[in-house]
Design a protein around this ligand. Structure first.
Ligand SMILES: Cc1cc2nc3c(=O)[nH]c(=O)nc-3n(C[C@H](O)[C@H](O)[C@H](O)COP(=O)(O)O)c2cc1C
Length: 359
């Protein structure tokens, strides 16, 4: 269904969640997403998403307070769904990777972090979300299942948007009761949301283009689809809407926004002439993720499929690299639209992506 905003543009609606411009600010855990960015996207007429991945419930709460102070518009919160702990099963591979990482740790004057599992504090996070009532909760990395979907609806009163990377995952998400599907194509920056990471497959499993995935899913279901992956310019947004998406999620395009928390080192790398492309790699976290093809990403492309153990092992290395301005050892998550990244306010970037004038 469409509505009309003050500027006469077409609006967007998914269930009770209504916003103005068919753009969703993708969650970007680990720094780039800030309360300011979430609010700026929503205040610009898009739909902002707060990233709750890696955070404890206690760390999440003040961020929700801040977003609430900065906008009255709807926004959502993204949860990482923990898989199973593969730490013991892959202990040999993890130990071997630790030895390899020691060289980078030594070079940067730091230590390799301790490999560990994190259950993402889901129950405690839901209790916090129940108090702040975001318009939607999005999930990634697994099938939430009917039980969790029903709990989010009942306890948080939020719509549930489920990230999928294939038609099979989309069908399962619909069966679990998803209110919307976030169709993440292989061009997307950051982690692939793939539900089962196949260790022998460099991308964790076959990947479809964002447009192809949207076309395939929208043929089979009436559940609204948000396209995610590879957007750089307005033509990309138009292509995905034409393919049948209700809205388009952008992550990389907002990396250099004024309101983003992206580090200076990361911003400089995305902006520089140094890199020529992206690669899907498990090097930084143990899960396939698309990043600028720097030395660390390409050299360690065969890192063990041990998420989040590898994430915690590389954390001190990544922190030291960012502080030292060393872009070759940093996780520079970026999608295939990275070459068109813009600087400026989130509102201006969104306006450029949708061909709308800003005030
Ligand atoms: C820096 C960065 C961090 C990300 N963190 C998350 C996250 O916390 N949760 C999530 O579901 N997706 C995350 N993603 C993936 C985005 O949700 C989205 O699928 C992706 O950005 C879309 O592709 P694009 O980057 O080409 O726009 C991240 C992407 C980037 C670039």
């Amino acid at each position: 269904m469409t509505t009309t905003d003050a500027q006469g543009g077409a609006g967007v609606r998914i269930g009770p969640v209504e916003w103005v411009i068919p753009i969703v600010g993708a969650p970007m855990a680990g720094g780039p997403t800030t309360p300011e960015l979430v609010a700026a996207v929503s205040n610009a007429g898009g739909l902002g998403t707060l990233a709750a991945g890696y955070l404890t419930a206690e760390q999440l709460e003040p961020l929700l307070v801040e977003v609430g102070e900065l906008t009255d518009r709807p926004f959502g919160v993204n949860l990482f769904l923990p898989g199973t702990d593969v730490g013991e099963q892959l202990s040999d591979e993890i130990a071997e990777y630790r030895t390899r990482l020691q060289i980078d740790a030594d070079t940067l004057g730091t230590e390799v972090g301790n490999p560990r599992f994190f259950d993402e504090d889901i129950d405690a996070k839901l209790a916090v979300l129940a108090r702040y009532r975001p318009a939607f909760v999005s999930t990634t990395f697994a099938d939430p299942g009917r039980e969790l979907v029903d709990r989010i609806r009942a306890e948080v009163s939020a719509q549930v948007f489920v990230t999928v990377t294939s038609p099979g995952e989309a069908a399962a998400a619909v069966a679990s009761g998803a209110d919307a599907l976030i169709a993440q194509g292989v061009e997307a920056g950051g982690h692939r949301g793939i539900w089962h990471d196949v260790p022998d497959h460099p991308h964790g499993g076959p990947g479809m283009s964002t447009a192809g995935l949207v076309r395939k899913i929208t043929k089979a279901t009436e559940v609204p689809v948000i396209a995610a992956g590879g957007v750089g310019v307005a033509d990309d947004v138009r292509e995905l809407l034409d393919a049948g998406a209700t809205a388009v999620a952008v992550g990389t395009a907002l990396l250099c926004a004024d309101e983003a928390g992206t580090s200076e080192t990361y911003r400089n790398a995305v902006w520089s002439w140094e890199y020529r492309g992206t690669v899907v790699t498990r090097a930084f976290s143990g899960r396939p993720a698309r990043a600028l093809a720097n030395r660390f990403a390409t050299m360690n492309v065969d890192a063990p499929a041990a998420y989040p153990h590898v994430h915690y092992m590389t954390k001190p290395i990544r922190t030291a690299a960012a502080a030292a301005g060393n872009t070759q050892t940093l996780n520079l998550w970026a999608g295939d639209g990275w070459d068109a990244v813009q600087k400026g306010s989130a509102a201006q970037i969104i306006a450029n992506l949708t061909g709308r004038a800003t005030d």
